[in-house]
Design a protein around this ligand. Sequence first.
Ligand code: BGC
Length: 751
Amino acid sequence: MKHITFILGVIAGSMLLISCNSDREQATGDSGFAEVSEAKIDSLINQMTLDEKIDLIHASSSFTSGGVPRLDIPELVFSDGPHGVRHEHGRGWYALEDADDEATYLPVGISLASTWNKDLGYDYGEVLGNEAKQRGKNVLLGPGINIIRSPLNGRNFEYLSEDPFLTGAMGVGYVQGLQAQGVAACPKHYTANNQETDRHNIDALISKRALHEIYLPAFRDVVQDGGAWSIMGAYNKVNGQYTTHHEYLNNVVLKGDWEYDGVVLSDWASVKDTREALLYGTDIEMGTELLRDFNNPVYDEFYLANPAKEMIENGEIDEQLVDEKVRRVLRLMHRTTALTDHGPGKRNVEEHQQKALEVAREGIVLLKNDEMLPIDRTEVKTLAVIGHNANRRFAGRGGSSQVNAFYEITPLEGIRNLVGEDVEVVFAEGYEPYYDESLFRGEGGDAASQSRENRQDVELARTANEDLMQEAVNIAEEADAVIFVGGWIHGHEGMPWGQGTYDAEARDKLNLKLIFGQEDLIRQINSVNDRTAVVLMGGSNVEMENWLPDTPAYLHAWYPGMEGGTAIAEILFGEVNPSGKLPMTFANSHEDYPSHSIGEFPGDGTVDYAEDIYVGYRYFDTQNKDVLFPFGFGLSYTTFEFSNLQVSKQEDRVTVQTTVTNTGDREGAEVVQVYVHHKDPSVERPIRELKGFEKVQLDPGASATVTIELDESAFMYYHPENLEWVLESGSYEVQVGNSSRDIKMREEVVW
Ligand code: BGC
């Protein structure tokens, strides 16, 4: 389903820096450029023994599944992860010591979504595809497209948004850019993997309506519009059945309604039952659980190995079910580098670093600016840079998404590089990470996902370090301006094994309180220097009421990748005008989110999604609840005006057209966001739902006409009893704005 086409014209003023990616879509087509011969696949299957077929449907090492050497069918080679090709494991479970595996470390998924720039989604995928191909990988395990349901989920940084449309739109570009290199995308984790606590067993109780309106659409988009060649099942259950072998999700929806012809890959050890995996759509089983002894793997004992063979041999299951899985595996091999030559790929090249920089520049979100930014470097002689995160490297952390970065520029380095000799930069760490079990929830880190750097136990202070704090306050007092860089940390560094994880696998946050004494530190800095800009890292927001009112400027930088420090410095000093927009609502505390105030998080055995379709702004806006920063919000150093909204309806489509003018005095980019609202629905519906967006870059004084087309699916809802999509007749409002709480114009349209 496609909601948007994009036409852009310049009405007045100078050049418009926008490019459409229609040529790119044509290059990849719906199912990719490699035409697969089904007859050839059938003939291969006919030549295979049952043992050989079984080899193709389960792991043969940590990141390969089996091949058939007799028929020249290679193993399939997988690699994490969503924002960079992970370090090498060889066939085992630990990072190889001397591998040539340095890679481009892109800003994390939520940064990409914050750009609201679909072209960058494609470019991001293209970088990953080239690097994966150069490293001999056939399938890259990304993008992570689970919906951000609670800000406490430890993997939100890997995901994109609380909104299914934004997630789908950015995910489609990623998948197409990646697969254009001949490397399969593997969108994950299908589906409703919205927490890490008890992730292997939790049963998410979700209505069919919420599944279809919130948790499934992005997967549908990457399958139908992106043409994804593989998809990864999740660990959790949905409504009583494990998602990796879920009859409804896999057989009815994905392979049935959506006509998906690719592979359903398990998550690592997410298969829990041979019979269900055979019957309900799992095509390849990967895993860790049955290894028992890391040095002595027992892949033959996987659910889709000997136990599956026995079930077929004793007639319990029809062999055709295995043939169907093998058919999908072979199709994937033909589409990808496994069996088709797609050229050499490239890695750690300048253009990839440039893409990492572009995503960081556009993904950082300026949330508050009381005339402090940009900093004029001719007016600042001494600049205090404070905070552990100002000089921390993040790439090698966070669980399976860790990357052995070719390099990583920290904010401190980025600032020093930019100001050169002009400004004296004084650094103080201010606080240090410490381990406090009471701050975490969940089962702890995954031993198998430790990088080489992380395998050390370091004794650390158990409370905030007063000396570091005092030193920081002293330099803040002397400085002309302060940049504080803090927030969450990412991964296990310096912590007892598997502990101390915030934004990482297998742990959720307990609340949004700023950790390691940072709140106190920011308050003290604010009290001695009223020119303090706060830059926060992390896969979510934090509580801010105790420091934000006295803080003149605040930027949210997520984890901005290998060029993140450069981008942060460029924005602080005005070399780049910020244009990121929040892909999730920032509310005061986690308790304000509907997953906590109405539904459950993290539940106990089961987790009730009682908030139903009211996730994120759908809830906050419909209920008119206060938030700190709304969905879609982000400031610029220039100003924009929206005018001239025209909404016209053709037979099966609505065309929305509006003019955006840069009314300030510097170049900048704005995101036109189109929301839809049914005025008098027969079933309750959110007050607004995002159905289209486009980012426009404008010189000062320039205007552009943005045209966004909505097809009828943009106006539909999923009927809770009839269990089908319905286009209800009646009067709708098309709302156009630059955040969900700043609707600038509305027009009615009648279906
Ligand atoms: C994660 C996946 C990852 C896989 C392989 C699992 O624990 O959930 O996202 O791709 O491991 O590392």
